[in-house]
Design a protein around this ligand. Structure first.
Ligand SMILES: [Zn+2]
Length: 142
């Protein structure tokens, strides 16, 4: 690019900046062409881009990372799948235990006596349980 072209371009750029400063549009938000930013917030009716609402808290997506492990329980040494590090909420544990028992087709129970909520499902059901959590967008360790 020659110097004269460069100068002409820089001049044009300076002029356009000057123009935009003099324009009555000054101060108005320049909206992006990204359609997701043009969506309205359902709460405040502002554009998503301008919305400052707190995101909805979905209790089913509460932040926790279940840890799966296999234990042998009782004298018979039966295998149980232990789901550790769960929220220690009775309702949550009861519902989840019921659901997992149904999914796994086996017995199970929950415990609230430790620091975290714990669910035990009979048998090695790690794959089924992991899949269930992942379906809800919850990552699982172990
Ligand atoms: Zn909003």
């Amino acid at each position: 690019m020659s110097d004269s072209w460069k100068n002409a371009l820089q001049g044009a750029l300076r002029n356009s900046i000057k123009d935009s400063k003099q324009s009555p549009e000054e101060g108005k938000l320049v909206y992006s062409t990204d359609p997701s930013l043009k969506a309205q917030c359902s709460k405040c009716k502002e554009l998503k881009a301008a919305c400052v609402c707190e995101p909805e808290v979905d209790a089913s997506k509460a932040k926790y990372i279940p840890v799966l492990r296999i234990e042998k329980s009782g004298r018979a040494g039966k295998t149980v799948t232990v789901i550790d590090q769960l929220p220690k909420t009775e309702l949550f544990l009861r519902d989840l235990t019921t659901k997992l028992k149904k999914k796994c087709g086996s017995g199970g129970s929950y415990k609230m006596d430790g620091k975290e909520g714990v669910i035990e499902i009979q048998g090695d059901k790690r794959e089924i349980i992991r899949a269930e959590f992942l379906k809800q967008g919850i990552q699982v360790k172990g």
